[in-house]
Design a protein. Structure first.
Length: 176
């Protein structure tokens, strides 16, 4: 998916969703987060966060008290998150994990709020063809080319081109 120009945010996850947010390009959320996660992995008896720390989001805030909803699995992989107010935001308690191989760049406030940095994340301008006119294909000198992972990647990009095309998988909605 290419998500651009949404003033208040790109993707919003809440309650018991177990999202797989993979190979998206998210840009232009000038008054919000590219990806915002509310509610978290929660023990319905005690109201406290729990889990094994692998791909989980541990948040239990006062707002969660009315819901037993939980996020037990979270994958945010191979995304380009650029030119937003915030990159990845988790509202509440402890940091989220499950994000990796993303390019976060030029987000005006924060790249991560309530998320841990993915070990393979990069922070360079993605170098799009013509973003001013809505063309978010990668140029030949993009750092996102061959910088992604095969884990969870779709077989084709937004144009129907096979993935991978080259030595590795590209980040974002389009394979170079």
């Amino acid at each position: 998916n290419v998500i651009y120009g949404n003033i208040h945010g790109g993707i919003f996850v809440r309650d018991n969703a177990n999202p797989r947010i993979i190979n998206n390009t998210i840009t232009g959320a000038h008054d919000g987060a590219a990806i915002r996660v509310n509610h978290g992995l929660r023990d319905s008896e005690s109201g406290s966060g729990s889990g094994d720390g692998s791909g989980n989001c541990f948040v239990a805030t006062a707002a969660d008290e009315s819901s037993n909803a939980a996020i037990s699995s979270l994958e945010i992989v191979n995304n380009i998150i650029t030119d937003n107010k915030d990159g990845l935001v988790s509202q509440g308690g402890q940091p989220c994990s499950g994000n990796d191989y993303n390019n976060l760049s030029n987000n005006s406030s924060y790249d991560y709020t309530g998320f841990t940095k993915g070990p393979h994340d990069i922070f360079d301008a993605p170098v799009f063809d013509d973003p001013e006119n809505g063309d978010y294909h990668l140029q030949a000198d993009s750092p996102c080319i061959d910088a992604g992972t095969s884990h969870g990647a779709p077989d084709t990009d937004m144009d129907g081109n096979l993935r991978p095309n080259g030595e590795g998988y590209d980040m974002g909605a389009y394979e170079f």
